[in-house]
Design a protein around this ligand. Structure first.
Ligand code: SMG
Ligand code: MG
Length: 376
């Protein structure tokens, strides 16, 4: 198939999977012990494509959640795409689904599956299609809130021995300055950042002024996700860059946040912004404004991780991402595992599309439910 021919989507299936995490992941909004995800599979012509929806079991990180995304995909987004006719170019997916407000994580998964199939049909990798400039990317690791500082320090030491180049600590009110100061004195030279997942208010500015003394690479999403103006006020009081995550849902949001001075760094997650194509537009806006970006993570299986690694190879991605190796999350990934090398980098997948697919036996073993989307 040439680059210009259209792709006819014959069928769309949803597969919910559950994989045990190697250790619970605790943030300011709760703890996860299993990774549940919805995988979208599209069949088109003689290829298939896979995408992963990052909506979690409960709507804590954002308003989207797994069951809600499942319904959006099964009853609205999937049928709409099936009714929309052959795909002439990947941007058509977002245009076709644009009538549905929000539901960015669900839309992103469907777009990812179509893009994977579209690229497989032409033998191109996602990384090449997006404009990757490197074949390996530096990786960091996000460490959950631990029961004690000793355990946290042990966990961090293990990750540093594996080669991770940046450590992100989750913080919450009451477990912040002291823990981070203790970790800093244990690891004086390690690039460290913190992520509050929107758990603080501007009246907590003294907490961030204390963190400002600890030489952090950045402070991620300290305040409410809808409060760009308050982030700008806080940023003006800190030397440490603020990085926004939850607040940035589109390239438009990214431009506004940078304009306002609400942050100096942006964490890009394709699910949060509605797809890899919008993620690339966020990247482009930030590159134009000279703002560094990095690729975040949602504890993805190998399907979502592959797309994140392709994005991480873009030229404006100048900081290590939360793109950790499969063994940081799972005893066995759904795909061939992503492995960190001793220098703290991972290879960007180079095969057609996202370069990986679920291993059929693993998928069967992890699958909780599946449904065929019906055209309406
Ligand atoms: O994929 O390693 C990962 C997780 C990275 O910390 C991470 N993600 O706010 O950035 C973030 C969180 C969101 C998910 S918390 C369940
Ligand atoms: Mg975050």
């Amino acid at each position: 198939m040439s680059d210009h021919s259209a792709l006819s989507i014959r069928s769309i299936q949803l597969h919910e999977v559950a994989l045990p995490l190697v250790r619970p992941f605790r943030t300011s909004f709760g703890e996860e012990r299993d990774k549940r995800a919805t995988l979208v599979r599209v069949e088109a012509d003689d290829v298939e494509g896979w995408g992963e929806c990052v909506a979690a079991e409960e709507p804590r990180y954002s308003e989207e959640w797994l069951d809600g995304a499942w319904i959006a995909l099964e009853h609205h987004l999937g049928p709409s795409l099936l009714a929309g006719g052959a795909i002439e170019d990947p941007d058509q997916v977002a245009r076709t689904l644009n009538w549905v407000r929000g539901h960015r994580m669900a839309k992103a998964a469907l777009e990812a599956a179509v893009l994977d199939a579209w690229l497989r049909a032409t033998g191109r990798s996602l990384a090449e299609f997006l404009g990757a400039v490197r074949d390996r990317v530096p990786c960091g690791v996000s460490v959950g809130i631990a029961p004690s500082t000793d355990e946290l320090v042990r966990e961090i030491r293990g990750y540093l021995e594996k080669g991770y180049r940046r450590v992100k600590l989750k913080i919450e009110p009451g477990r912040d300055v002291k823990v981070v100061a203790d970790v800093r004195s244990e690891f004086p030279d390690t690039p460290l950042s913190v992520d509050a997942n929107a758990a603080y208010a501007l009246s907590d500015a003294p907490v961030f002024e204390a963190l400002d003394e600890l030489g952090l690479v950045m402070i991620e999403q300290p305040l409410h996700q809808e409060d760009l103006v308050e982030h700008a006020r806080l940023q003006s009081r800190l030397r440490t860059p603020i990085c926004l995550d939850e607040s940035i849902r589109s390239a438009r949001d990214a431009a506004a946040a940078l304009d306002l001075g609400a942050c100096r760094v942006i964490n890009i997650k394709p699910g949060r912004v509605g797809g890899v194509l919008e993620a690339r537009r966020v990247h482009d806006v930030c590159a134009r404004q000279g703002a560094p970006v990095w690729i975040g993570g949602m504890l993805e299986t190998g399907v979502g991780r592959a797309a994140n690694l392709a994005l991480a190879a873009l030229p404006g991605v100048t900081m290590p991402g939360d793109t950790s190796a499969s063994d940081r999350y799972f005893a066995q990934d759904l795909t061939d595992p992503f492995v960190l090398s001793r220098d703290g980098t991972m290879a960007v997948p180079i095969g057609p599309g996202i370069g990986v697919a679920p291993i059929p036996d693993r998928l069967r073993a992890c699958r909780v439910r599946t449904v065929e989307v019906r055209a309406t």
